[in-house]
Design a protein around this ligand. Structure first.
Ligand SMILES: NC(=O)c1ccc[n+]([C@@H]2O[C@H](COP(=O)([O-])OP(=O)(O)OC[C@H]3O[C@@H](n4cnc5c(N)ncnc54)[C@H](OP(=O)(O)O)[C@@H]3O)[C@@H](O)[C@H]2O)c1
Length: 163
């Protein structure tokens, strides 16, 4: 099973402002859906805060098994709670892929694990004054793809990194 991380960040590694992603990029939403759905047998892992940031009508993310990381046992309708990253790997066993979809806490935790071998980074070529950042692509990953996009007034690059 491939274990990857997927993130959209601005030029300053910003990923959110006031609890939300501050840009609207339909092309990135399509990219995210395509990457994380695969052939329909994939699992996504998100932190409890990211789950809560999704409008109710968009959760669980359809066509994917949804795992929510939380230290407190609680119900996430349409999703399963896991308490550790290791538990998410066990729960996702048999999936074609496990995608770590955020947020900042969960990205940091996942990148400490060598099982994460892929990063799909959407680099948005602007600065949104975000109040939440991820650490950026760590040493040890090499870029294997960079596809430019433009969407309305914004542009950027869909990047794939591997280790
Ligand atoms: N730009 C992007 O690509 C992108 C992607 C996803 C999310 N986001 C944004 O990121 C923000 C949320 O990020 P965040 O860093 O605040 O929160 P988060 O990572 O989504 O969730 C944090 C929560 O996850 C649980 N958690 C974290 N580490 C854990 C561990 N090691 N073991 C067990 N549980 C753990 C805890 O839940 P409990 O408190 O319940 O224990 C913690 O409070 C939102 O604003 C969202 O819009 C951006």
């Amino acid at each position: 099973m491939e274990v990857g991380l997927i993130v959209a960040a601005d030029r300053s590694e910003g990923i959110a402002k006031d609890g939300q992603i501050p840009w609207r990029l339909p092309s990135d939403m399509r990219h995210f859906r395509r990457m994380t759905t695969g052939t329909g047998h994939s699992t996504v892992l998100m932190g409890r805060t990211t789950w809560e940031s999704l409008p109710e009508r968009f959760r669980p993310l359809p066509g994917r098994r949804n795992l929510v990381l939380s230290r407190t046992a609680q119900a996430f309708p349409g999703a399963e709670q896991v308490a550790t990253f290791e538990a998410s790997l066990a729960a996702a066993a048999g999936s074609e892929a496990l995608w770590v979809i955020g947020g900042a806490q969960v990205y940091a935790m996942a990148l400490a694990h060598p099982t994460v071998t892929v990063i799909e980074l959407t680099r948005v070529d602007a600065d949104f004054g975000c109040d939440l950042r991820w650490a950026g692509v760590p040493a040890g990953f090499a870029q294997v793809r960079a596809t430019p996009f433009s969407d309305g007034a914004l542009s950027g690059t869909f990047e794939r990194w591997e280790r």
